[in-house]
Structures are given as structure tokens and as C-alpha cells.
Design a protein around this ligand. Structure first.
Ligand code: PEP
Length: 233
């Protein structure tokens, strides 16, 4: 099981370090891999606070070139230099607000993997796509932009469930995860309003290999509770 906390645009370096120290002291279960994804400027303080632990620090995106005239972007070698272990790619908020496409997400994933990072690549349908019966086609298209790699994990995140308090039912998650696994044999996380009170049910489905957690990862008690629920699932 892998539990990843996506902090989005929350927690500057000081708050990140304080949170990571609490996480280090939280006695998280040994059988769960735990990852946090702070904003770029907080990565280094998170890495330092989590040194000598098994908790990984991931970025929230990564550019497809190693260096160049790409204002506002950060590359795999730069992330590696500060001790970052992996990165999210293709989160729906990047697709919705910053023009991320299947092609650009695919290029970022390739560059991150080639640059030695682990990757959690995000896919998932919008509410309109689900209502039009396009969920499977969208997943096939988005996953089709990716290639198998032993360091690749996919997060199935139905866009209508992110930050809304709505979650996919465990059956919906299971079905989408089976589709993804039929295309690429990689671990698949569920993401979309995972909370301490729904984590065990979602994580209990056989095709669910962990969770990508947004809002509930910002609070130490709820994030630790989700990690413990993963251990029992
Ligand atoms: C996310 O940001 O990837 C996410 C799933 O957010 P939330 O848990 O807040 O829905």
C-alpha cells in the first residue's frame, strides 16, 4: 500500500518542516509506503526533516527538459539535487488550470523516469464525461499516453471527486482500476476526497493499491489515520 499526500499550494518551508517532524514522530505503520508532495519551495525543508526516514518527498510536477528557457518550471535533475524522490504528473488541477494535456503529461512522465524519479501519474474523468458514459474511453486515452515502467504508479482520480467531498463508490474505483491495470500492469492509487472514515472501504478493494490524498493530507491526525487504515486493508 502507498499513501501519498498532495499538499497542493499549501505549507511553506517552515510549516512543511514542522509537519514532517510530526509525521516522523507519528509511528506510522511499517507496511505502508508514505509520501508527501509539498510545493516546490518547501521540498528541501521536507527532505531535511524526513532524512533517515522511509517517508518519500515528491514534487507536484516536473518539466520534460533537463534545463532551458522555461520560466516557472522545474526539471528532474534540479529536483534530484535537493533530494526529491519522485513527482506527481498530470494532476487534474494542472490539466484544468495550466493547460496540461495527455501529450505534455506523457513527456513529463518520461523525463521524470529517465531522470531517476519515481512517478505518480494522475488520470480520471470529469463529471460530464462520466455522465456521457465516456469514463472508460477517457481512462484509455490518458493511460495510452504512458508506458510501463517499474517506477511508475497511476492515480485514478475522478475529477468530480477531487476536493468536493464526493467519492467514487468502492465499486466504481475497482472498475476503473481494473481498466487501468488491463492497460498497464502498475500499482493504482485511488484519489478523490479520501478521508479517515472512507479510507478502509476504498482501500479494501483488491485493485486499489493505495490512495492519493489531498485535503485530508494537510492535517497530521487525519493523514496518519488514513495511513493506519491502509495498514489494516
Ligand atoms: C488530490 O488533490 O489529488 C485529491 C484527491 O484531493 P482531495 O483528497 O482533497 O479530493
Amino acid at each position: 500500500m502507498l499513501i501519498a499526500g498532495n499538499w497542493k499550494m499549501y505549507k511553506g518551508p517552515r510549516e512543511a518542516a514542522a509537519f514532517c517532524r510530526e509525521l516522523r514522530d507519528a509511528a506510522l505503520p511499517d507496511d505502508v509506503d508514505v509520501v508527501v508532495c509539498p510545493p516546490y519551495v518547501s521540498l528541501e525543508s521536507a527532505v531535511q526533516a524526513l532524512a533517515d526516514t522511509e517517508i518519500g518527498v515528491f514534487a507536484q510536477s516536473c518539466h520534460w527538459e533537463r534545463e532551458g528557457a522555461f520560466t516557472g518550471e522545474v526539471s528532474a535533475p534540479i529536483l534530484r539535487e535537493v533530494g526529491v524522490y519522485g513527482t506527481l504528473v498530470g494532476h487534474s488541477e494542472r490539466r484544468q488550470w495550466f493547460g496540461e494535456t495527455d501529450d505534455s503529461a506523457g513527456a513529463r512522465v518520461r523525463a521524470a523516469l529517465e531522470g531517476g524519479l519515481h512517478v505518480i501519474a494522475c488520470v480520471g474523468e470529469t463529471l460530464a464525461e462520466r455522465e456521457y458514459g465516456e469514463t472508460e474511453a477517457v481512462i484509455r486515452r490518458q493511460v495510452g499516453a504512458l508506458e510501463y515502467d517499474e517506477n511508475l504508479v497511476i492515480a485514478y482520480e475522478p475529477v468530480w471527486a477531487i476536493g468536493t467531498g464526493r467519492t467514487a463508490t468502492p465499486e466504481m474505483a475497482q472498475e476503473a482500476h481494473e481498466t487501468i491495470k488491463s492497460l498497464l500492469d502498475v500499482p493504482v492509487l485511488y484519489g478523490g476526497s479520501v478521508k479517515p472514515d472512507n479510507a478502509a472501504e476504498l482501500l479494501g478493494r483488491p485493485a486499489v493499491d493505495g490512495a492519493l490524498v489531498g485535503g485530508a493530507s494537510l492535517d497530521i491526525d487525519s493523514f496518519a489515520a488514513i495511513c493506519r487504515a491502509a495498514s489494516r486493508s
